[in-house]
Design a binder for this molecule. Structure first.
Ligand SMILES: *Cc1c(COP(=O)(O)O)cnc(C)c1O
Length: 464
């Protein structure tokens, strides 16, 4: 006896579904193509289910399936989340939190602006002029240039001075930064030959001097930002390296990674290399990120001598790596903050970095009962001491005393923590924390106020 084949003809048509009020509303938001594709996906899943013996789904069920398909594919992208992971500069979460002034500047720059027009003369201007003037004022450099990110800054410097030449780097500084950015690989792509100098733990001035051949194009130092070599170590001072380069007519470069425009010891934190120190020591080119400790938008900053920066600007790659008006506006606003007596009052990321533990603990104590009330009865919420980290390779060994909430299952743990993490990620404003041995932990250093978290968790008890 042959089985009746599924009644596919009873399924609603794509054209019919496109006329339903819900899909009409969704088309206004996502466009006709996206909604049509999502409907086709829902229909093909329905056919698969019918082939397994399921009945013909209702139009309503198909629309729910379509919304799920939409959620999966088209609604991703930069949308606000609550970063309570305890890592301040989280590369996966967009690193620095921009200041209100930077946000206003981005809005103001959205329309037509004097990006490459000198309004005084009516002639062509240079797009990163304002940032250059500020960077020179803040670091003491003669000139500066802004590119897409610090990886681009390093690539540009290597390509400008190392193309077809040798670049000397200490063996202790052949860094890999997350996301497959390795100094030796970037060097190859820049057309430069890496000349390793010294050993992993100790590199002396004579090591550089011995390796300085006629084909040397650049003497480079890299701040080993995401690791620390301890014990019997030695590196050449910036002054000595600059002097050596000067004697041999070879330019010097220092890649700082994060770089800090103020001495972090002023805030009781360990020292972080500062661009102004490298400039004062006589280094020709200094590169650092705008979205790490600087607390600005993604950009790579190159400061240095007039000649060195002029060579960088003359490289055709500079044009390919340049920054748009919106980011330049945010960068300018961020740099302006660093020249104020209390930049921490203006820059959210710096404020989070310096937030006193006692203030974070009070916020946690105030929030714990309310957060417990938003979860099902299977969960208890307690206040725990935590340690936050800066992230993005800045000061990898620095731990900032912090506090937060530990969400623990009352019953057996099983996969409860993973399920809770998933539920919180699926909220309209996703809440991101981390899973420890026996709790799901929210570090509140980066939470502005109690209301923000409660609003994200919503009114109904979450029952993961
Ligand atoms: C982070 C880092 C980079 C890359 O900077 P991006 O802004 O991520 O492009 C390069 N060098 C060092 C030492 C770094 O720490």
């Amino acid at each position: 006896m042959s089985q009746a084949s599924p009644a596919y003809q009873d399924l609603p048509s794509v054209a019919g579904l496109l006329e339903q009020p819900l899909t009409v509303a969704l088309q206004r938001r996502w466009g006709r193509t996206v909604i049509t594709n999502a409907l086709r996906q829902a229909l093909s899943e329905a056919r698969r289910a019918m082939a397994q013996g399921s009945p013909v789904p209702t139009a309503e069920a198909l629309l729910i399936a379509m919304e799920a398909a939409l959620e999966g594919q088209f609604t991703r992208g930069p949308r606000p989340v609550l970063n309570l992971t305890g890592t301040l500069l989280h590369t996966n979460l967009g690193r620095a939190v921009l200041s209100p002034a930077a946000c206003e500047a981005m809005m103001a720059a959205a329309g037509a602006v004097d990006l490459e027009l000198d309004l005084a003369t009516g002639r062509r201007g240079q797009r990163d002029q304002a940032a250059e003037a500020l960077l020179c004022a803040l670091t003491g450099a003669e000139a500066a240039a802004v590119v897409n990110n610090n990886a681009a800054a390093v690539l540009l410097v290597l390509n400008t001075f190392g193309l077809g030449k040798e670049v000397l780097v200490s063996r202790g500084e052949l860094v890999e930064i997350g996301g497959s950015f390795r100094i030796p690989d970037i060097m190859t792509r820049a057309g430069a030959t890496l000349r390793e100098v010294g050993t992993t733990n100790r590199t002396h001035e004579r090591d550089y001097a011995q390796a300085l051949g006629p084909n040397a194009g650049l003497l480079m130092k890299v701040h080993p930002s995401n690791y620390a070599i301890e014990g019997y170590t030695s590196e050449v001072s910036l002054k000595a390296l600059a002097a050596l380069g000067e004697r041999h007519g070879v330019p010097t470069a220092f890649d700082l990674g994060a770089g800090s425009l103020v001495d972090l010891r002023r805030y009781g934190l360990p020292a972080e290399p500062q661009p102004q120190e490298a400039i004062a020591a006589g280094i020709d080119l200094v590169t650092f990120s705008a979205d790490k400790l600087l607390g600005g938008p993604q950009a790579g900053l190159i400061v240095g001598t007039k000649d060195a920066i002029a060579a960088v600007r003359a490289n055709p790659l500079y044009r390919a790596l340049r920054v748009d008006k919106v980011r330049l506006a945010a960068l300018r606003a961020t740099l302006l903050a660093w020249d104020q007596p209390e930049p921490e009052a203006l820059l959210p990321t710096l404020a989070q970095l310096l937030r006193p533990e006692i203030e974070i603990r009070r916020l946690a104590e105030a929030l714990a009962p309310a957060v417990e009330g938003r979860l099902s009865e299977d969960w208890s919420v307690g206040v725990v001491p935590l340690e936050s980290q800066i992230g993005s390779g800045a000061q990898p060994t620095t731990r900032l005393p912090s506090a937060g909430l530990a969400l623990s299952p009352r019953g057996p743990k099983g996969r409860a923590l993973e399920r809770l993490a998933q539920t919180l990620r699926a909220l309209p404003t996703p809440v991101l924390g981390r899973i420890t041995q026996d709790a799901f932990v929210l570090d509140l250093r980066t939470l502005g106020d109690a209301e923000t978290l409660l609003a994200a968790l919503g009114e109904h008890p979450l029952a993961p």
